[in-house]
Design a protein around this ligand. Structure first.
Ligand SMILES: O=C([S-])c1cc(C(=O)S)c[n+]([C@@H]2O[C@H](COP(=O)(O)O)[C@@H](O)[C@H]2O)c1
Ligand code: NI
Length: 401
């Protein structure tokens, strides 16, 4: 599978206007951007776009000049309504709203309030609406399907904002960067802004070195405002991401196979033994093991131990049952087993990689299942609820199917 993709090299961080500048440099036409922005019920701003040189690199610099008198505080609902009350394409609206919703959640966490009551101050200003809607439009215009980014250089020191001086990364940025690799370095500037972090936290599929499966065909640069000791640009690689399914075990055919079910009824065994016996049965080649509560002779509550096996491990399984349980006999039934074929792909989530099992029956996908153990591991590492990791993993995996 091939996807139009970008890889963002964030050695000088990332902000909304840096990314939008880079997307314009990559080919999204400035006049189309202005026409799209004109669809928003927002006025009193001017988008200035120019070429600048930052540390010897020619880059596109985009700046939104806002009429200060028009600067107001807005809630998430206000911003969503501005976006909804426009003639923008549905996909652009959805992306922009997702980014703002993520930003609101981060602000809410920092200020100890509900996302609905967050008042965006700087981020509610027209420049953030322009940046976020502009980015959503430019990604759609360029047909970008996958976004990857390097570790983020976030900067150091303090930044002046409406709350007064805040540590870098700004608290909302820090919230958004959970699970995303980043470093501070020595530059005493805010290099990653809340908007830049919100865009990547919402849209990027993976972070770190450029993925091996990514092949670039063009490079574009978006400039930041400051002049730094390093080129203050975000480097955008435009290219193709090749995502072959990673088959980790030979795809089992979905033809029927002959198996045996081994069964025995046990009414005199300590429950402690069942887990131990199960492990031994699996290690000896059992395809499945299950225990069913039953009512036996003399009206005794008991258990039926069932083991699904292939003929070749019949003797080993019988020996384990007779040696490790209190049963002194067992029965064998021939059964026909049909299985879906399976293959595994690895998907990159903001918090780490997850293996996903894709099962097919008669040539059609019948189930997609992120591996529980991978989801559990990254949920624990990133401090994110397991159900959120499973949900995001499934959503990402479905986009490959
Ligand atoms: O306005 C608010 S509430 C605000 C909160 C925070 C927190 O981290 S909390 C940070 N800031 C600063 O505003 C500017 C604008 O950021 P953009 O992403 O819109 O470019 C930036 O310096 C933030 O650190 C504002
Ligand atoms: Ni804030």
């Amino acid at each position: 599978m091939k996807y139009n993709a970008i890889y963002l090299d964030c050695f000088a961080g990332i902000s909304g206007n840096m990314l939008l500048g880079a997307l314009l440099d990559a080919g999204a036409p400035a006049e189309f951007l202005r026409a799209e922005l004109a669809k928003l019920p927002v006025t009193d701003y001017e988008v200035n776009i120019k070429r600048v040189e930052k540390g010897g690199i020619s880059a596109c610099y985009l700046d939104v000049a806002v009429d200060e008198a028009a600067h107001s505080h807005r809630t998430l609902a206000d911003i969503i309504s501005i976006i909804d009350n426009s003639e923008l394409k549905a996909a652009v609206k959805t992306t922009a709203k997702e980014i703002f919703t993520r930003l609101a959640a981060a602000e809410a966490k920092v200020h100890g309030v509900e996302p609905e009551t967050v008042h965006f101050h700087e981020v509610g200003a027209v420049d953030s609406i322009v940046d976020i809607v502009g980015i959503a439009w430019a990604l759609d215009y360029l047909g970008i399907e996958h976004i990857y980014a390097s570790r983020l250089h976030v900067g150091n020191g303090f930044v002046e904002c409406c709350h007064g001086l805040m540590p870098v990364p700004a608290p909302a940025t820090a919230e958004l960067l959970h699970g995303i690799p980043h470093y501070q370095g020595d530059i005493k500037k805010e290099l990653v802004t809340p908007t830049g972090a919100a865009v990547l936290a919402t849209l990027a599929k993976g972070f770190g070195l450029m993925p091996d499966q990514f092949v670039s065909s063009q490079i574009a640069y978006g400039a930041g405002t400051w002049d730094l000791d390093i080129p203050n640009v975000v480097r955008l690689y435009l290219g193709i991401m090749h995502v072959p399914p990673v088959t980790e075990q030979p795809g089992e055919s979905d033809e029927a196979t002959q198996c045996l079910v081994v069964e025995t009824n046990i009414d005199d065994q300590s429950p402690e033994l069942y887990g131990y016996v199960m492990d031994k049965l699996f290690a000896a080649g059992a395809l499945d093991v299950w225990v069913t509560p039953i009512q036996m002779k003399k009206n005794r509550p008991a258990a039926k131990l069932s083991v699904l096996i292939t003929e070749d491990c019949r003797e080993k399984i019988a020996a384990i049952i007779l040696n490790e349980t209190t049963a002194i006999g067992m029965r064998f039934y021939p059964v026909t087993r049909t299985t879906a074929s399976r293959e595994f792909i690895i998907i990159g989530l903001p918090w780490g990689d997850v293996k996903v099992k894709i099962s097919s029956y008669q040539g059609k996908i019948c189930n997609v299942a992120p591996e529980y153990e991978d989801c559990r591991r990254i949920a624990e590492e990133a401090g994110v609820p397991l159900k959120v990791v499973q949900h995001v993993a499934l959503k990402e995996a479905m986009s490959f199917c």
